[in-house]
Write a protein that binds this ligand. Structure first.
Ligand code: GLU
Length: 304
């Protein structure tokens, strides 16, 4: 497959879509990013690398980190996490409180905010130095010791994180948060503040292309059955209340974040990351969705 040629064609055809969408501004520090940044990197499992634009510039991965905390949670405590978080698409915005109240404090899935807060709580219970140990885990999968939190972004979010505070407190009232609410929020805001380039992000997600094994080292992080589950949750729940639309248009498991990143996986072949900070009304990168739709259309490959 001529991936670089396909990416170049996409770049040409994309011009018409430029400048649509709005940058996330509810986390003030994210609003400082140049909205016209645009990068793509495709990491192939056979070692091939293909890219466009600002693919070597770091951005805030935000909710994409929820896949990594789910992975660490699954690898540490296994299936018992499903007693505290469900695996159904929510059909609601990522920070919605309504459904959580009706459903007695059990989040619909681990990729919306309440689900990620429960995962943060599970990790705090099971790790000695939660934030440091999580970062070590991400660095291991990424094969890169320079991956780090952006403390400014974490503090900016903490200052304005009233809805996340409400979600964590609501779940605490249902006894689905075991640790101190402030500690859980602090962990969550830091995990969301992790920065990666498109190149680093796509390499990290080769884990899910490769059935739970890090391709570079051969280390098993998840069993192939667990990796299948993470991919299934990405495919059904990875795009807020636009997961159906993403599946319909792109047909790959993936996850987006309000920093404008999207990462998607074609099992056994590649992981691809796109970054463009302008978001559509559902909070997904406008250009990111377009690029990935074009990629699966032009290659003729998706999970379907
Ligand atoms: N840290 C963001 C929040 O909790 C993540 C949102 C996202 O990327 O979906 O609002």
């Amino acid at each position: 497959m001529q991936y670089q040629q396909i990416l170049n064609e996409i770049n040409q055809e994309l011009k018409v879509y430029e400048r649509l969408g709005e940058i996330a501004n509810y986390i003030p520090e994210l609003a400082n990013v140049n909205p016209d940044k645009f990068g793509v990197h495709l990491s192939h499992i056979d070692g091939g690398n293909y890219s466009l634009g600002d693919s070597k510039e770091k951005f805030s991965i935000q909710s994409i980190s929820k896949v990594l905390s789910l992975t660490l949670g699954l690898s540490l405590v296994g299936d018992s996490i499903w007693n505290r978080v469900d695996v159904e698409p929510s059909g609601n915005p990522f920070n919605s409180l309504q459904q959580l109240e009706f459903e007695n404090g059990i989040p619909r899935n681990p990729l919306i905010n309440p689900g990620a807060l429960v995962m943060a709580d599970i990790l705090i219970t099971n790790l000695e130095n939660p934030k440091e140990d999580f970062l070590k885990f991400v660095r291991k999968i990424a094969g890169n010791d320079l991956i780090d939190f952006n403390h400014k972004v974490a503090h900016s979010e903490a200052k304005w994180g009233f809805r996340n505070g409400a979600l964590a407190n609501l779940m605490k009232s249902f006894e689905n948060i075991k640790n101190d609410v402030n500690e859980v929020l602090d962990f969550y805001f830091h995990q969301c503040s992790i920065e990666m380039t498109c190149q680093e992000l796509s390499k990290t997600f080769l884990l899910f292309t490769n059935h739970g094994k890090i391709p570079e080292t051969g280390e098993t992080i998840l069993s192939s059955s667990q990796a299948k589950r993470v991919n299934a949750i990405m495919a059904t729940c990875g795009f807020y209340d636009e997961a159906g639309e993403f599946s319909f248009k792109v047909g790959l498991p993936g996850k987006s974040g309000v920093g404008g990143g999207i990462v998607a996986v074609l099992p056994k072949k590649y992981a691809v990351a796109v970054w463009s900070p302008r978001l559509n009304e559902k909070g997904n990168s406008y250009l990111g969705m377009e690029v990935l739709e074009m990629l699966t259309t032009k290659t003729g490959w998706s999970i379907f």
